[in-house]
Ligand binder design. Structure first.
Ligand code: SF4
Length: 604
């Protein structure tokens, strides 16, 4: 791994920047009104002192700014971006939290990304940004430190997300610490699971941030930074020691090694081997051996890996880029596409859709990436549609002539285009996700959405499904139930132990996402190291106990937001399919899941 060291002695200089801020002084929130084309900046030390930053501050801003019961695609829905106290100061504290009301689930929308977004927001001088209102004409925001410009985006409306980045890089100043967050055509058309693309290979993937940006006619946000952070006098030696300790754990131990080597795709083969990988809409939890080998991280690395890249200020380099060389047309030249891949994209657009060839999986990832859709929701929604077509509840009339068949990359590419173009009612419904489409056409027993959000790859046991159902974002990253399932293999455990373990994990993750550190670095940022890291930048008075308490408070605030928006745990839909296919722990029982949900409701 690449190793970075801070300079010995003197000031720690991250990059050539103009203005210095204290580590404690980034409590500014930039409020942008797209309707009135107005901005204001407020000092919100009240929020940052109590909730650190990231998710903690974002949920409080969401409570303040999001009126109860609003349409998520209305001008009143705020988009909140927040970074944290460790951002730009420690390795792998490289993420930005986006929060909004989700147009996919109708409640809490939260998505995280890296790239250069966190560094750019923080070094532009902001701890958070709140974007409200909507524009009549397409626009993009250009935020260069204190200067905010509303720029006409008519000429880039309709252009794919990747190309928008290339264009704005040319016309906007501030190369260096600069981020470009933008949407593709799916966001413009408000596909409910459209994503926002950041720095080409990173995404605010889940829960429809792209659709919310599209509803505001906000094509892109460019943020460039020109400030630096000053460590308080008297703390510099301590800061350097803590920085070095964190850097050493990141690069010298095995804490994050797997993310660099094969990346998250490295777990695919073993997950399939234990029978924990959803395949063809979870008709099975294990693909054939040759397919698992073909779609494994090892095969992607051997045949296609061209390079690895990192988010800013992270030495890990977990972002794996494949190089796919294809003929344009017989007799013409070749084109080479650079395509990011990971476990989730390979699962959703490979395993779930019955792909037999890694190349086909990469082609679909490329289509989804260019069009700007969440890969997981797209793959799972198309998997539902394929099974529904197989069973005859939807026909060629619905699909506009397409034959949806497992492994047919051409048909799926065309279906994705149709989801965006919405030529008929069927595709309009498919653009609202599998929960909605199955409520219209039937087939809910095999529509694999939980709380309205499409499932990740894991069919590992009860913990992964409790995570999907009860997690505040209905994301596998809420409490990593898949991980708990695998740790519990071969062991005796009670339902209550599982529920308590998931809750504890989700509460601690509120702290990680408030700081905001990458979840891949969760073994690095232990409670003890977090308190040291905060103290070394002059943000003292945080004990491990106080952090744990805060995690609980933030988690409850998120759940309260969901309850406020109508979520009822007792009414969560549980797709029957998950009880029909054995997990590595055997068949799941509906009564156990219902009991666990009740237990969870009593604990929070
Ligand atoms: S581990 Fe990967 S995703 Fe996390 S901050 Fe580093 S490069 Fe980004």
């Amino acid at each position: 791994m690449r190793r970075e060291r801070i300079k010995e002695g003197g000031d720690f200089i991250i990059i050539h920047l103009n203005l210095k801020m204290g580590a404690k002084e980034m409590n500014k929130v930039l409020y942008v009104n797209l309707t009135k084309k107005e901005i204001r900046v407020e000092e919100r030390g009240d929020l940052f002192d109590e909730y650190l930053g990231g998710s903690g501050v974002a949920i409080k801003l969401l409570e303040e700014e999001c009126p109860q019961g609003i349409d998520p695609l209305s001008a009143s829905n705020p988009i909140i971006f927040a970074v944290g106290p460790l951002t730009a100061l420690y390795p792998s504290a490289s993420k930005t939290v986006a929060m909004f009301k989700s147009p996919l689930t109708g409640n809490l929308g939260e998505s995280h990304t890296g790239g250069r977004s966190a560094m750019a927001i923080k070094l532009a001088g902001y701890g958070a940004m709140v974007i409200k209102g909507s524009s009549d004409l397409p626009l993009y925001l250009a935020i260069h430190g204190d200067e905010v410009k509303f720029r006409d985006a008519s000429s880039i409306w309709g252009i794919e997300a990747v190309a928008v980045g290339r264009i704005l890089r040319e016309v906007e100043p501030g190369a260096g610490v600069r981020t470009i967050i933008r949407i593709g055509r799916a966001g413009e058309k408000m596909v409910r699971y459209a994503c926002a693309v950041c720095e080409t290979y990173r995404h605010f993937g889940r829960l429809g941030l792209g659709a919310v940006m599209g509803s505001k006619k906000l094509k892109a946000i460019v943020i460039s930074a020109d400030k630096s952070i000053e460590i308080p006098k008297g703390k510099r030696r301590e800061y350097k020691l803590v920085y070095d300790e964190i850097q050493d754990v990141v690069v010298e131990t095995d804490a994050m090694e797997k993310y660099h080597d094969l990346g998250t795709a490295g777990k695919i083969y073993d997950l399939n081997k234990i029978g924990g990988m959803a395949y063809k809409n979870l008709k099975s939890a294990r693909a054939l051996e040759e397919i698992a080998r073909e779609l494994s991280g090892e095969n992607f690395a051997e045949k296609f890996l061209s390079r690895r890249v990192s988010c800013s200020h992270c030495p890990v380099g977990c972002i794996h880029l494949a190089s796919l060389r294809e003929l344009y047309e017989p007799g013409y030249y070749f084109k080479t596409s650079i395509i990011p891949y990971d476990n989730e994209t390979i699962y959703a657009l490979g395993f779930m859709l019955g792909m037999n060839r890694a190349e086909d999986c990469l082609r679909l990832i490329d289509v989804v990436d260019r069009i700007g859709m969440d890969a997981i929701s797209t793959g799972v929604t198309l998997a539902w549609a394929t099974e529904a077509y197989e069973r005859g509840i939807i026909t060629k009339e619905h699909t506009d002539g397409l034959e949806l068949q497992w492994g047919d990359v051409q048909a799926y590419s065309e279906a994705i285009e149709k989801i965006v173009m919405m030529p008929n009612e069927f595709y309009q419904n498919l653009a609202k996700g599998s929960e909605y489409a199955s409520s219209v056409y039937g087939g809910q027993e095999y529509a694999l959405a939980f709380g309205g959000n499409e499932m990740p790859e894991y069919h590992t046991g009860i913990a992964c499904y409790l995570n999907n159902l009860l997690g505040a974002r209905h994301s596998h990253l809420d409490s990593a139930g898949y991980d708990l399932d695998q740790k519990l293999m071969g062991k005796e455990f009670t339902l209550e132990e599982v529920v308590r373990a998931l809750l504890k994990e989700e509460e601690w993750r509120q702290i990680l996402s408030s700081l905001v550190v990458c979840f891949f670095a969760r073994k690095v940022f232990t409670a003890e190291r977090v308190t040291k890291a905060l103290d070394a930048i002059g943000i003292g008075n945080w004990t491990e106990g106080k952090l744990e308490d805060l995690g609980r408070v933030i988690h409850r605030a998120k759940m309260d937001f969901k309850f406020r928006e109508g979520v009822d745990l007792a009414k969560l839909r549980i797709p029957k399919r998950i009880f029909e296919v054995p997990t590595p722990h055997g068949l799941l029982r509906e009564e156990d899941i219902k009991k666990a949900i009740e237990m969870y409701g009593r604990l929070i």
